[in-house]
Write a protein that binds this ligand. Structure first.
Ligand code: FNR
Length: 349
C-alpha cells in the first residue's frame, strides 16, 4: 500500500534518529553529576523494591519505561510490535508515538493498537500534541485503552520543519484537557528540556505529571534539519536545556511539587539512578533502545533490558536505597563543569 506523506515522515524520523544517534550523543551531560559514595549500605539486593507509584493511578513495576516514538507506517507497526512485546516481557510501561496520524488516517490505527494487543495487561501511554482537540484525545485513549495520555510540547521541532506548525497556543487547551479527560495527563517536551517557569505554568494549569525531556539524546532539531536539506533552522541544533539542567530547574519547585519524569539522553542504568537523585520519579528512554533494536535486533534489546533491571537493583543497594524515590533525599551529589555554572547562574543550588 502507498503510504501518505505523514507516514513517510514517521519512517524518516526512525531512520534519522538512528543515523544521527552518534552526533546527538557527543556530550553525555550526566557525566557532570557525581554521586557521593555510601560505604555503609546496610541492606541487601533482595531488599530493593523497584516499583514506582506515580500519583494515585499509575503503578510502574520499574523506574524506567519505553518512551514515545512511533506509529503510523508499516515500519512503525513492526517497531511498535517488538517494543510492546519487550515491554510486556520486562513489565515496563510503554508510550506510543503521536496518534495524530491515527486520527487523520484511520487506516494507520493498527500500527498503534498493536501495542495494546502485544501488552494487554501493561501500562500503555497514548501521545498527542498539546494542541489536540478533546475529541481526538478521547479517541486516542479509547483506541489504546490508555492508562495515561502524554501531550507533547514540540515548538522547537515544528519551527525547524519546513512543513511544521507556526501557531503555539497551548496552555488553555492543556487546562481544558486536564479537567475533561479521565486518565492522568503527562505533559512532555521532546528533547529540548523545560525551565522552572514553564513547569510553574503547567502546574498552574492543573498539570501534575511533567516529563521535562531534555537535550542530550535524540535531537529533533538535527533530525528535522537533515530532513529539510538546508531550509530548516540549523541554529537550533544545540537548543534547549539538557536533562540534568531541566531536573535542577524542576527540583526547586515545592508546594505543590509536580511528579517529574526525566527523559532525553538516558543511555545507561547509572543515568536512571542519577535522574532519580535529581528528583525524577521515573525515567523514559527512547532513542537508545530504538538504536539497539534497529542495529542489533530484538534479542539484543531483550538482553539490554535484563541488564538494566539487574544493574538498577545493584546500584540502589550500593546507595542504600530500598526504593527509587529514596534516591532524591538520601543521596548527595556534586555538579561539575558547565552544569555547575548553569546551576549557580540560575540560582538552583
Ligand atoms: C520521538 N519522540 C516523540 N515524542 C513525542 O512526544 N511524540 C512522538 O511522536 C515522538 N516521536 C519520536 C520518534 C522517534 C524516532 C524518537 C527517537 C523519539 C521523543 C521522545 O519521546 C523523547 O522525548 C526524546 O527522544 C528524548 O529521549 P531519548 O530519545 O534521548 O531517550
Amino acid at each position: 500500500m502507498m503510504e501518505s506523506q505523514q507516514a513517510n515522515r514517521k519512517n524518516e524520523h526512525l531512520s534519522l534518529a538512528i543515523a544521527s544517534f552518534k552526533q546527538a550523543h557527543t556530550h553525555h551531560y550526566f557525566n557532570q553529576i557525581r554521586l557521593i559514595h555510601n560505604a555503609l549500605p546496610e541492606m541487601s539486593t533482595t531488599d530493593v523494591d523497584p516499583r514506582v507509584q506515580l500519583g494515585p493511578h499509575l503503578h510502574l513495576e520499574w523506574p524506567f519505561y519505553l518512551e514515545a516514538m512511533t506509529g503510523g507506517s508499516n515500519q512503525a507497526m513492526k517497531v511498535n510490535r517488538t517494543l510492546a512485546h519487550q515491554a510486556a516481557r520486562h513489565h515496563l510501561a510503554i508510550a506510543t508515538g503521536s496518534l495524530s496520524i491515527a486520527i487523520r488516517e484511520p487506516a494507520t490505527r493498527p500500527s498503534f493498537t498493536v501495542v495494546r494487543e502485544e501488552d494487554p495487561a501493561g501500562l500503555v501511554f497514548a501521545n498527542l500534541s498539546a494542541g489536540t482537540s478533546l475529541q481526538a484525545a478521547q479517541t486516542a485513549i479509547k483506541l489504546l485503552h490508555a492508562d495515561a495520555l502524554e501531550l507533547h510540547l514540540n515548538a522547537a521541532q515544528e519551527l525547524t520543519m519546513m512543513e511544521g506548525d507556526r501557531n503555539f497556543h497551548w496552555i488553555d487547551n492543556i487546562k481544558c484537557l486536564v479537567k475533561a479527560l479521565p486518565v492522568p495527563i503527562i505533559v512532555k517536551e521532546v528533547g529540548f528540556g523545560m525551565s522552572q517557569q514553564t513547569i510553574r505554568r503547567l502546574l498552574a494549569a492543573g498539570v501534575r505529571y511533567i516529563n521535562i525531556s531534555g537535550r542530550g539524546g535524540t535531537n529533533f532539531a538535527l533530525i528535522e534539519n537533515r530532513r529539510s536539506h538546508g531550509l530548516g533552522l540549523p541554529e537550533l541544533n544545540k537548543w534547549g536545556q539538557t536533562t540534568p539542567e531541566s531536573l535542577l530547574e524542576a527540583r526547586v519547585i515545592k508546594d505543590p511539587s509536580p511528579t517529574i519524569i526525566a527523559s532525553g539522553g538516558i543511555i545507561n542504568p547509572l543515568d536512571v539512578i542519577k535522574a532519580g537523585v535529581l528528583g525524577a520519579q521515573t525515567v523514559g528512554v527512547a532513542g537508545y533502545f530504538l538504536n539497539i533494536l534497529i542495529r542489533h535486533g530484538e534479542n539484543a534489546l531483550d538482553e539490554e533490558l535484563c541488564r538494566w533491571q539487574e544493574e538498577i537493583l545493584r546500584l540502589l543497594t550500593l546507595l542504600g536505597c530500598q526504593r527509587f524515590t529514596d534516591l532524591s533525599h538520601r543521596v548527595d551529589f556534586v555538579l561539575q563543569g558547565d552544569l555547575y555554572d548553569y546551576a549557580r547562574q540560575r540560582k538552583l543550588i
